[in-house]
Design a protein around this ligand. Structure first.
Ligand code: PMP
Length: 365
């Protein structure tokens, strides 16, 4: 095989590594923040019917504007946020990664800059590079919270075209106060993207940025069915914003990007929202159980509003990661010195994780 460097690669892609959470054969996979619960039997039955129905028309292109699906997503957002969201304010794509890519194709690109507060979701800089958008690391405090005044000052100085705020943040679980988001919106002339992939797991009293949408045409809230809905394999992400943002995205989206099977499966899943989201409460219980068990092992965690916990501190996080893997538990080494991230799953998974960690902690902390 030819060396990558021998190809006429775009300069901004040279020397980069692709996104790559290990997909290993392990009993307890707690490394990619999936929902471990199987889909309810009634949903599986309905999916069979809906996909068979949609398959009859696979000779035709899908609804290019995914009108029915966007209406269903708008209904879901309105019901859960209390904020009235119209179908025209919603856009959907193959995972929120594709939503974010379309946003950067529209509002970023050559000669433009995106800023995100790191450590955060590693795909934000990767998608920026892929769309030719320059990237600037925004600052966080040592406890991973965002200092609103410092963040506003940095945004005023850098003048980015796109600002990312991940709330709850991946990999730290940290939620961002709505006042901070509103201040950042006022500080930028660019588009402010609040990545709410984990919003459904937030603790009581942590509101969604959806409530900030009225009167803020440059604010975008992105969501996904990969986490709370337990449908990572479906690849369905979406956003809510001013309808003008949705119109702008039409300039870059590929025609017929969402297959008819995806649209049918997503609409069927949304019809089962209460049953699907029932697992969210169970996952939150496991998250809180993990957090509560750590101090007795001499470990600590970062307060989490998501379905995962950043825990530590370890003298050598990579060695602790390997020791857990040796005990058949796969967690994520996100490259933060001293810290590892574990996805909260079923009670059995929590038991296995805590047992393994109990053995590993004394040696590596
Ligand atoms: N945003 C954040 C913060 C994430 O952690 C993830 C998945 N790890 C995504 C977006 C992308 O999810 P998907 O493309 O599956 O919707």
């Amino acid at each position: 095989m030819t060396d990558l460097d021998a190809l006429p690669l775009r300069p901004e892609l040279r020397g980069r590594t692709p996104y790559g959470a290990p997909q290993l054969k392990v009993t307890h996979r707690l490394n990619t923040n999936e929902n471990p619960y199987p889909l309810p039997a009634e949903l599986l039955a309905d999916l069979g019917t809906a996909l068979a129905e949609a398959s009859r028309e696979l000779n035709r292109y899908p609804d290019r504007d995914a009108v029915g699906l966007r209406a269903d997503l708008a209904t879901y957002l309105t019901r859960t946020s209390g904020e009235r969201i119209e179908a025209g304010q919603v856009w959907a794509a193959n995972g929120s990664n594709e939503v974010l890519q379309q946003l950067l194709q529209t509002f970023g690109g050559s000669g433009r800059t995106a800023l995100g507060f790191t450590p955060s979701y590693s795909m934000h800089p990767i998608i920026s590079a892929g769309t030719g958008t320059a990237w600037v690391d925004g600052h966080r405090r040592a406890d991973f919270t965002i200092d609103a005044a410092a963040a506003v000052a940095q945004v005023r100085e850098v003048r980015p075209d796109v600002v990312f705020v991940t709330s709850p943040n991946n990999p730290t679980g940290t939620a961002v106060a709505l006042e901070t988001i509103a201040e950042l919106y006022d500080a930028t002339d660019g588009v402010l993207i609040v990545d709410e992939a984990y919003a459904e797991f937030a603790r009581e009293g942590t509101p969604s940025a959806l409530t900030l949408l009225p009167g803020r045409p440059r604010l975008v809230v992105s969501r996904t069915m990969s986490k709370a809905f337990g449908m990572a394999g479906l690849r369905l992400g979406y956003l809510a914003a001013d309808a003008a943002v949705v119109d702008a995205l039409q300039l870059v989206r590929l025609p017929y990007h969402l297959s008819s099977l995806t649209q049918a499966a997503a609409r069927t899943a949304l019809a089962h929202t209460p049953a699907l989201l029932a697992t969210v409460e169970a996952v939150k219980v496991e998250r809180d159980r993990i957090v509560a068990a750590l101090p007795a092992m001499g470990l600590t965690s970062v307060p989490s509003d998501a379905n995962f916990v950043l825990f530590g501190r370890f003298a050598d996080a990579a060695a602790a990661w390997q020791a857990l893997l040796d005990r058949d538990v796969l967690v994520r080494d996100v490259g933060l010195p001293g810290w590892l991230r574990v996805t909260a799953g079923t009670p059995v998974e929590t038991d296995a994780f805590l047992t393994a960690l109990g053995e590993v902690a004394p040696e590596f902390r």
